[in-house]
Design a protein around this ligand. Structure first.
Ligand SMILES: C[S@@+](CC[C@H](N)C(=O)[O-])C[C@H]1O[C@@H](n2cnc3c(N)ncnc32)[C@H](O)[C@@H]1O
Length: 318
């Protein structure tokens, strides 16, 4: 338990770095996490403050981040789930209504912490969804699996145990490491035993254009994986080089996702399926056009986030 003097010192150090209003809020979170009987971080208050003052995001220091009804684990370099993603995932949970009689297969491309499919698994009635999450990063896959366990969402291959009876009445989540941009991605899904046809596909892919990436605060760039942020990964700096002169518009992944759903019979999306992708500010209309022309998804709508930014493109064939 931190003494009054330690708290005062912490507040003044945090205030110098963050301003007094933010410092007060963050100190409260730190103290709350120190008081948890099952606390995740071994740090003392002064160690937490030192990490925060050096620019580390608060969520990595606390080790968790609320996301709708979930309290998800956070670990660098896996992207910390953002409030705008939480907002549309909750909205999607209300928009799609799977039932036990019509259960669905869900695929989340670029799953990171697993936040989107886990929120949907938790919100939809038991036994209505079998979800898969794909990510290129081994750290992300490990975290998504840990998050599934924390949220009580079993894998489809879990063996029933005395304390945990796995029945058809469970929603399930499986995380798989794969590169969705590789030409053999669809074949690799099949060879992992996954029937590659999904009723709902979600994705929050990397979408930050190169020039905007360079402007991000160091608290993002130094801690979160560049692969989670940069929308044009072919412009990643060659080894040893710090930056590139090239700039892209951050739309590479939308072209790739459009290709994956383009074929009505062989593609990833069922004929009546829906695709929901998060987009960066100013990208929604371009992404809707990509999904129409390259993905054959003729019906698109754009969802705006609570900050009045066009944030999600929802698309379907029929
Ligand atoms: C913007 S983050 C989104 C993470 C999570 N869905 C969320 O909303 O917080 C994008 C994710 O895409 C993953 N990623 C990047 N390139 C990929 C690729 N070629 N194939 C699969 N996943 C990729 C990154 O590792 C990262 O976890």
């Amino acid at each position: 338990m931190a003494t009054t003097l330690l708290r005062k010192q912490a507040l003044s150090q945090l205030s110098r770095a963050l301003g007094s209003e933010q410092a007060t809020v963050e100190l409260k979170w730190m103290l709350r996490s120190l008081e948890q009987p099952d606390r995740l971080v071994a740090d003392s208050l002064s160690a937490m403050v030192a990490r925060r003052v050096s620019g580390e995001p608060l969520q990595y220091i606390l080790g968790t981040q609320p996301f709708g009804p979930l309290d998800l684990l956070t670990r660098p370099p896996v992207l910390i789930p953002r409030p705008e993603t939480e907002d549309w995932a909750i909205r999607l949970a209300e928009f799609v209504k799977p039932t036990m009689r019509a259960p669905i297969q869900l695929l989340d491309l670029c799953t990171g912490s697993g936040c989107i499919p886990l929120l949907l698994c938790k919100t939809w009635p038991a036994g209505t969804v079998r979800a898969r999450g794909i990510d290129i990063s081994a750290e992300a896959i490990a975290l998504a699996k840990d998050n599934a366990a924390r949220c009580g969402i079993p894998s489809s291959s879990s063996k029933p145990t005395a304390s945990h009876e796995l029945t058809a009445a469970h929603n399930t989540f499986d995380a798989l490491q794969a590169d969705i941009r590789l030409p053999g991605f669809l074949a690799s899904l099949k060879s992992s035993g996954i029937r590659p046809r999904f009723d709902v596909i979600t994705s929050n892919p990397p979408y930050i254009p190169r020039d905007q990436y360079e402007q991000l605060p160091t608290s993002v760039k130094d801690y979160e994986d560049i692969r989670a942020l940069l929308g044009d990964p072919d412009l990643l700096p060659p080894q040893g080089k710090k930056s590139l002169s090239d700039s892209g518009r951050g739309l590479t992944f939308y072209h790739d996702i459009a290709k994956l759903v383009a074929h009505e019979q062989e593609g990833l999306l069922t004929t009546k399926g829906i695709l929901a992708v998060e987009v960066g500010e100013g990208q929604a209309k371009d992404v809707a056009a990509i999904l129409k022309t390259e993905g054959g998804l003729q019906y698109t709508s754009i969802w705006t986030d609570p900050w009045n930014i066009e944030r999600v493109v929802v698309a379907s064939r029929k």
